[in-house]
Design a protein around this ligand. Sequence first.
Ligand SMILES: Nc1ncnc2c1ncn2[C@@H]1O[C@H](COP(=O)(O)OP(=O)(O)OP(=O)(O)O)[C@@H](O)[C@H]1O
Ligand SMILES: [Mg+2]
Length: 457
Amino acid sequence: MSSAEQDDHAKNDGLINIAGVGDHIALSGNNEEAWIDVIQKMDEVYADHVRYQLELEQKNAELEDAQAFIGSVLSSMTDVLIVCDTRGKIQQANDAYQKLSDSNDQELRGKSLQDIFAPCSANCVSNLTQQLRDQERIEDKELVLLDGEGNESLFSMNCSARYDHEGRFVGIVLIGRHLGELRRAYKDLDQAHQKLRNTQQQLVFAEKMTALGRLVAGVAHELNNPISFVFGNMHALRRYGERITKYLKAIDSGTDTVQLVQMRQDLKIDRIVTDINPLVDGTLEGAERVSEIVQELRRFSSVQKETQEPFNIVRVIKTAGHWVSKSVTSKHQFIYDMPERLELISRRGPVHQIMVNLLQNALDVVDGQIDAQITIRSEETESDISIHVIDNGPGILDTAIDQIFEPFFTTKPLGQGTGLGLYISYGLAEELGGKLTACNHAGGGAEFILSLPKQSA
Ligand SMILES: Nc1ncnc2c1ncn2[C@@H]1O[C@H](COP(=O)(O)OP(=O)(O)OP(=O)(O)O)[C@@H](O)[C@H]1O
Ligand SMILES: [Mg+2]
């Protein structure tokens, strides 16, 4: 039976179907109770409607609150946020991006992602959707966005896939941070760092030159020794040469044998023959020593960073000691308490520079003392070599002990100290992978300890 037929049937049977109620209420003639039932049912239906309406309104208000909350979060974001569908068409963009692109939400909606990025990023952008289908997230991608006037701005983009409640891929979300400011800040920092390094290098060089100025007398003395015996040997060789030439001429002119024997004795030719080799060797040795000193000087004054090499630190310490020692006139004694050889692999120039600074300081503080004495003692462990420079001067002032490694800290009179010696030596020791420390020696005087790894890193 159709519903129309059913209704007819019900009417015929004295039944009324109340639309919306769904139930059939039996009416028989003017049965009042039936009407009351109907009215009660209608009241209930109405009350339900009102309740549903209230719930709906409440849900709506909650939804609006949630939307307002999300909206406020999005608009307070300083990073740009762009939401697209699977075809790369913009669905929504936050205030930061709207401001950058100088467009409103309406204008942006439906726009293709390709059009908002610079051509250099176009390739990458066109593949984004495809890539995000396969992987969930792409991080820190550097992409160039166009602003409202078509200018390019570099952004670091994090791109993620977006899924609906059933887990279907429905689009992508891009969140980008402007890199311009960060980059500029990094660049400025880098430049400042570079400048600082240059200044520091110039400082090291200037300090070296000052030290060299003081060392000139010592170096000159060092050079004087071998040069004077090279000169002495050369004079002897010249005399020997004259005598040999005289003897050879006599042979050439046919002088008789008896005379020649006498001449050989007078001219001490046999002594010349035995003397000549040691003389030449000595001269060569002197020339080599001069050449070594010149090389050390060049190394000392060089601005270039040397490469690491194996060398005997004892030799470097003694050369530094000679230079420094000969540069002062006051009486003093250097005691080297160390073996003849202590090998390490490091950079010779900086080690020499540190030693010159430590020994020069030690000599400065004992200046004028009758018992002036500087002991240089070595200690060796499996991995390190440490050199102790101990003087018998007044020791480091209590008020200065925390400052001696600071740049420009000096207790010397104006014009006599730059206050850079220890600061630079400290830096050099660190560069070599070692360290430089100072304390007052238990028996009086100061003690500086330079520790170096046998093999610099
Ligand atoms: N052996 C030492 N005994 C006592 N004080 C020392 C000793 N060596 C250094 N000092 C203190 O440390 C200070 C800083 O030394 P540093 O070598 O850096 O500079 P400077 O010797 O004063 O000047 P520069 O080395 O540039 O000629 C010295 O002025 C001195 O006060
Ligand atoms: Mg000094």
